[in-house]
Design a protein around this ligand. Structure first.
Ligand code: HEM
Length: 181
């Protein structure tokens, strides 16, 4: 008979659990990458370009929703990815395994950029925009600070996008690279 720990290990590596983790991983990964691409290519540039016409506040609200979606799906992608790594590729030294590692690292770095730069910048910008949303025109200092924060948000979204492009490409090809050459 199995002890409690052995029983837990058997359930953890059960095929049904692996299938569930793959489904969560791909769904969350697609949502994370998609939300980040839209942030970097559409929302942040429009907020920056049309800030003077009052678009900054509305775009900021949209960005904070997209940011939340991206953050939750990033967490699900990384947790399910780490589990899949432990369950299916613990000592994978093949070319495909190396590509998988590079993709995973790129995705982890994208998450770090989001946590360290994107999220705090977005929150600070949203606070400033709320504080200056009343009738009176914002001060020159506030305008300068908001503009610097928008630039930082743009950089962070672009860097995260670049890293996620690497992650998505690696994830999509790792299984077949060994067959190429
Ligand atoms: C935006 C980020 C990510 C996306 C879009 C993504 C997407 C995918 C997709 C589509 C697959 C299936 C590929 C196939 O079976 O041919 C996959 C597999 C895998 N991913 Fe990711 N992934 C992401 C991030 C990560 C991260 C951060 C990790 C680990 C920390 C990870 C670990 C894995 C592993 C180990 C597999 C192989 C599963 C298996 O062999 O069945 N992924 N990923």
């Amino acid at each position: 008979m199995y002890n409690q720990f052995q029983a837990m290990v058997i359930i953890m590596f059960d095929i049904a659990f692996i299938v569930l983790a793959r489904a969560v991983h791909v769904m969350a990964g697609v949502t994370w990458a998609g939300a980040t691409f839209v942030l970097a290519a559409v929302i942040v540039p429009l907020a920056t370009r049309h800030a003077a016409e009052g678009a900054g506040r509305w775009m900021g609200l949209i960005a904070s929703r997209a940011g939340m979606l991206s953050g939750i799906s990033a967490l699900l992608t990384v947790l399910s990815g780490i589990y899949l790594f432990a369950a299916l590729h613990p000592h994978d030294d093949s070319t495909g395994g190396l590509v998988l590692k590079v993709g995973s690292l790129a995705a982890l770095l994208a998450m770090a950029v989001g946590i360290a730069v994107g999220r705090p910048t977005g929150r600070k910008l949203a606070k400033l925009q709320e504080a200056n949303a009343g009738g009176a025109a914002p001060s020159q200092d506030a305008i300068r600070e908001m503009s610097a924060l928008r630039m930082r948000a743009m950089m962070s979204a672009r860097v995260a996008t670049g890293l996620l492009v690497v992650a998505v490409l690696a994830m999509s090809v790792f299984r077949y690279v060994a067959a190429i050459g």
